[in-house]
Ligand binder design. Structure first.
Ligand SMILES: C[S@@+](CC[C@H](N)C(=O)[O-])C[C@H]1O[C@@H](n2cnc3c(N)ncnc32)[C@H](O)[C@@H]1O
Ligand code: SF4
Length: 447
């Protein structure tokens, strides 16, 4: 298989468009309508600290020499309050505590942030509140207290059930700890436990990956996230691979691993609902679905990303916001200004549609016509993509499906989404350029 599989889901969740290599563009055709669902949002809270650095990780995380939980709690609360007020949302639909290692936070911190949310917006008792957990004894010991604080879903980073792989990855847990943590989490939140597993690991073969999956199935709950290991520049793993000390499976083997996992999981009753996500009994991640459906979200904490309309200051367009990365600097900014927003980019109409396209195609249901119309009432999917030769080629290859009901990837297409997206973005851009040229000519003619 020559096209590289797009499985970089962890980036999509935290970094969205930036990770996919496009910067929201300034559209030629402007639109000052408020984007849909501006009255509600989900909330992502980033806990930036870890106990140790895993060899492959380039997330925004820090190994603290000492930690002041009281200061961190106060700042997370303050920034939550500031951004909720700025967005003027009346409802928070879900909350996700990610990291870093948020299971190192004190349960009282989680409770305090949730309390702040409830003071400024409606957060129903049924709303999904997820916490990422590292399966160490310390993480497991606090699970009960996290549920008492308001968490009702756990995402456990087991990564692998092979101890040799865990050691290579520099994880601070072994497979036994992972199994105990999942079991404890399932007792506390039955049906609401997800596990993160990585594949394409150094030294991994298709057979060993398959047997790991077979080991996983009897112990996991109703949700599995599968991540293809990305060898990130600047990590220890990158150096090890560069120097030849370690080697990772090639693209062809990786593609087989991905499709094998899809087959094994589907046979076990898991429905793939997104490139990297599988659920049984409809236990999908509501929070992540919000990202893939282009809904608003507020990002709080060092390095967090958000997408929302700052309605309190008269905003009518969605903004892509990034908070300051470094925790100590972020703390000072929050203490001084009430928030640590470092970068704001206004997402114009085309920028917003780019995100709806990139994120929507990750779901197996794709983008329904109805969903697209929420963001683009004037130009439907057929008008934009129907005439494109490239899109017709993808359809003929059996990778894309475009019809009156919407646009989606086929089973084969989901595995190579990475190679489909640049073309789709280009088609969208060309459509906008043509529209703009048309509109400009009309204006000149009117004069
Ligand atoms: C950044 S971690 C945070 C959660 C927690 N600290 C942990 O490690 O389990 C979120 C998930 O991203 C995935 N991840 C991190 N770095 C990755 C990489 N280089 N390639 C693929 N997946 C990665 C892991 O599966 C992990 O569970
Ligand atoms: S525990 Fe998670 S966030 Fe921390 S270094 Fe390891 S992978 Fe990265």
């Amino acid at each position: 298989m020559s096209r590289r599989a797009l499985l970089t889901q962890q980036h999509a969740v935290l970094c969205l468009g930036a990770a996919l290599g496009f910067v929201p563009s300034r559209s030629l055709a402007t639109n000052h309508r408020l984007p849909p669902q501006a009255d509600e949002a989900s909330l992502y809270v980033h806990w930036p600290y870890c106990l140790k650095r895993c060899s492959y990780c380039n997330f925004n995380k820090y190994i603290p020499r000492n930690q002041n939980h009281a200061v961190m709690t106060a700042c997370l609360q303050k920034e939550t309050q500031t951004l909720l007020q700025l967005s003027q949302v009346s409802r928070i639909s879900s909350v996700f505590f990610g990291g870093g290692t948020p299971s190192l936070a004190q349960p009282s911190t989680i409770a305090a942030v949730l309390e702040t949310v409830s003071e400024h917006a409606r957060l129903s008792d049924e709303a999904e509140v997820t916490l990422e957990v590292n399966p160490t004894p310390a993480g497991r010991a606090c699970l009960k207290d996290f549920t008492l604080a308001g968490v009702n879903r756990f995402s456990v980073g087991i990564q692998s059930l092979n101890d040799d792989h865990l050691r290579t990855l520099g994880r601070d847990h072994d497979s036994q700890h992972a199994l105990w943590t999942v079991s404890e989490a399932r007792t506390l939140c039955p049906g609401r436990v997800s596990v993160d597993v990585m594949f394409a690991l150094p030294g991994q073969s298709v057979t060993s990956w398959e047997s790991e999956l077979e080991k996983l199935l009897p112990v996991c709950d109703d949700h599995v996230s599968l991540y293809q290991l990305t060898v990130e520049r600047g990590t220890q793993l990158f150096k090890q691979v560069e120097s030849g000390e370690l080697s990772v499976p090639g693209d062809d083997v990786t593609a087989v691993m991905y499709n094998t996992a899809r087959g094994v999981l589907e046979k076990a009753g898991f429905r793939q609902y997104e490139v990297s996500n599988f659920a049984k009994n409809s236990a999908v991640s509501e929070h992540n679905i919000g990202y893939w459906k282009g809904r608003q979200y507020i990002g709080v904490g060092p390095g967090a990303h958000g997408r929302f309309v700052p309605r309190a200051v008269g905003g009518v367009q969605r903004e892509a916001r990034t908070q300051t990365l470094e925790p100590d600097v972020w703390i000072r900014e929050v203490q001084r200004h009430g928030h640590g927003t470092r970068r704001r980019i206004q997402l114009d109409h085309r920028g917003l549609l780019e995100e709806v396209l990139v994120m929507g195609l990750r779901m197996n249901e794709g983008i329904t016509q109805q969903h697209w119309e929420l963001f683009s009432p004037e130009d439907d999917l057929q008008q934009i993509f129907g005439m494109s030769e490239k899109v017709q080629e993808f359809q003929a290859e059996g990778l894309l499906i475009l019809h009156d009901r919407g646009l989606r990837c086929s089973w084969e297409g989901l595995a190579v989404l990475d190679s489909i997206l640049p073309t789709m973005l280009l088609e969208l851009e060309m459509f906008f350029k043509k529209q703009y040229t048309g509109r400009k000519t009309e204006i000149q003619r009117d004069r």
